[in-house]
Design a binder for this molecule. Structure first.
Ligand SMILES: NC(=O)C1=CN([C@@H]2O[C@H](COP(=O)(O)OP(=O)(O)OC[C@H]3O[C@@H](n4cnc5c(N)ncnc54)[C@H](OP(=O)(O)O)[C@@H]3O)[C@@H](O)[C@H]2O)C=CC1
Ligand SMILES: CC(=O)[C@@H](O)[C@H](O)COP(=O)(O)O
Ligand SMILES: [Mn+2]
Length: 399
């Protein structure tokens, strides 16, 4: 008897994670069927994906982008339904796919990810900003709907693979887990003197030594805020507090993270730095799927290096720990200010070193409150963005 294909929706299909997910799926003809693909502005790529993967539904930013997609597809549009805007995203996220890949970048990914969670299927989470902004609300929603949440972020996927099958985030110590160690590559400026950081360009910041990723996360890696966001993400995913979550710099990005146990064991997950490995793991889980990734050549590698992060040159990591310890709305403030500051840096309106200063200002200005729901969260997010924009404008005026 033929087995039904697994239906998959990809939120953020035109991005780095989205294209890697489609690459893995294409390696398994007949196993997966695409329910919905969402992009935003990259209509050319979304049209190519629609031609190849024939989704039931495609979603873009606005009405103009929808017309452009319809035009580019022409007769190939067939019965593909084209929607746009936040309503379109919400519809795609709630379209009942067996698996939803949440790979929109930034705060824009939160509502669609929550919609997919409410549907109760399997969520493959790349959009770490969702958990940073709304960790408690997000995990409560997962518990309510019974959705299966699997991490795509390479470090968190590695931790997941190193945890025992009966692990419970409510009681990590019951599994003998004493510490989680997240590895950080150190980014493109790992060895750059502090005096030179002021002058680095967006192109230099986006040139990650090991991973090919979107521009926002690439800048986050360069400031080490990516690791800070990941510490908060890990805390929510695995129920581990800040005192039991460490970051170790590992420039080769071969060991993707580690779990330490009470008996002295440390389990690590290793693979070449290619997101198709964690994506294949989560798409197939508990089965293993071929991902097109070359196995490690340990002798060729020869050595693996580890060191401590430099908090003086990269203050964003410390700010993230500070926000995690403060709890409540503090991580949402951190995330909002970071998104504004990174965007200003990419637009060349803020120096690289100004990113941490803007976030620090936003954290200082915001009172930490409990987040009672999504409306309270959006109010905190909006206020933090206003403070951050003012700080960015002041930094621009001072130049
Ligand atoms: N890239 C990686 O290796 C990793 C990424 N992540 C996380 O995954 C997420 C995606 O990262 P990445 O793939 O690198 O990012 P990209 O910038 O490559 O892709 C972002 C995707 O989101 C879409 N998008 C952008 N803005 C909006 C919006 N306002 N509304 C709806 N869709 C939008 C883009 O559409 P379009 O391009 O059509 O405009 C694109 O499909 C991030 O949260 C990142 O932190 C986590 C671990 C690894
Ligand atoms: C691929 C992935 O998961 C990224 O988040 C990656 O970890 C970035 O590398 P660093 O932040 O360690 O430089
Ligand atoms: Mn990561």
């Amino acid at each position: 008897m033929a087995v039904d294909a697994v239906t998959v929706t990809i939120l953020g299909a035109t991005g780095s994670i989205g294209t890697s997910a489609l690459d893995v799926m294409a390696r398994h003809p007949g196993r997966f069927r695409v329910r919905a693909l969402t992009g935003h502005r990259n209509i050319g790529l979304l049209a190519q994906q629609c031609r190849r993967f024939r989704p039931e539904l495609a979603v873009v930013a606005d009405a103009q982008a929808a017309s452009a997609l319809r035009e580019q597809l022409g007769a190939a549009c067939g019965d593909i339904q084209i929607l746009y805007g936040e309503d379109g995203l919400e519809y795609a996220a709630g379209s009942g796919a067996d698996i939803t890949v949440a790979a929109i970048v930034g705060a824009a990914g939160l509502r669609p990810a929550l919609r997919a969670v409410a549907d109760g299927g399997r969520i493959l989470l790349a959009n770490k900003e969702s958990l940073v902004m709304a960790g408690a609300l997000f995990m409560d929603a997962v518990a309510r709907s019974g959705a299966t949440l699997l991490p795509l972020d390479s470090e968190h996927n590695a931790v997941f693979q190193c945890l025992p099958g009966n692990f419970s985030r409510a009681r990590p110590v019951d599994s003998g887990v004493t510490r989680v160690l997240l590895t950080a590559s150190g980014g493109p400026f790992r060895a750059t003197p502090r005096s030179e950081l002021e002058q680095v360009t967006p192109e230099q910041a986006c040139a990650h030594p090991n991973w090919s990723m979107g521009r926002k996360i690439s800048v986050d890696s360069a400031t080490l805020m990516n690791k800070g966001l990941e510490v908060i993400e890990a805390s929510w995913l695995f129920g581990i507090d800040a005192d039991h979550l460490d970051v170790v710099v590992h420039p080769q990005s071969i060991v993707h993270s580690l779990v330490e146990y009470v008996d002295g064991t440390m389990l690590a997950q290793m693979s070449n730095p290619d997101m198709r490995t964690p994506i294949a793991h989560a798409l197939g889980w508990p089965e293993r799927l071929e991902a097109g990734v070359t196995p490690l050549d340990l002798v060729g590698l020869g050595r693996l290096d580890f060191g401590a992060p430099d908090h003086d040159r990269f203050p964003c990591l410390g700010l993230a720990y500070q926000a995690l310890r403060a709890g409540g709305s503090a991580p949402a403030v951190l995330n909002a200010a970071n998104e504004e500051a990174v965007s200003a840096f990419l637009d060349q309106c803020l120096p690289f070193t100004g990113i941490a200063t803007v976030i620090e200002t936003a954290l200082e200005c915001a009172e930490t409150v409990d987040l009672t729901g999504i409306d309270a969260l959006l109010a905190v997010d909006g206020a933090a963005r206003r403070v951050a924009r003012d700080a960015i404008a002041r930094a621009g005026a001072a130049q």
